[in-house]
Ligand binder design. Structure first.
Ligand code: SF4
Ligand code: SF4
Length: 77
């Protein structure tokens, strides 16, 4: 899983890190005051950060294997 922040779109409002349950343990502001991922270890993919971003700057991507696993799990339900 990856989270990408489009630095062109990010306004540095800070909403993503404020809404994130793990806050500044995952997020940081870079030297331009824009949002950057520090460490995704604690991320549980709640997607709150992306839904809160009014600039539509956050993309959450699952990698291909993880997507496949989810599909298999759903088929087995
Ligand atoms: S909510 Fe969006 S615009 Fe605001 S700091 Fe986070 S990524 Fe940037
Ligand atoms: S998906 Fe949830 S836990 Fe992960 S960075 Fe975004 S708000 Fe934080």
């Amino acid at each position: 899983m990856r989270i990408e922040v489009d630095q062109e779109k990010c306004t540095g409002c800070g909403s993503c890190m404020e809404i994130c349950p793990k806050g500044y343990r995952i997020w940081k502001k870079n030297s331009e005051g824009k949002a950057e991922i520090k460490d995704l270890t604690l991320c549980h993919v709640c997607t709150l950060c992306a839904s809160k971003c009014r600039a539509d700057a956050i993309k959450i991507m699952r990698d291909a294997n993880e997507q496949k696993e989810n599909e298999i799990k759903q088929e087995n339900l």
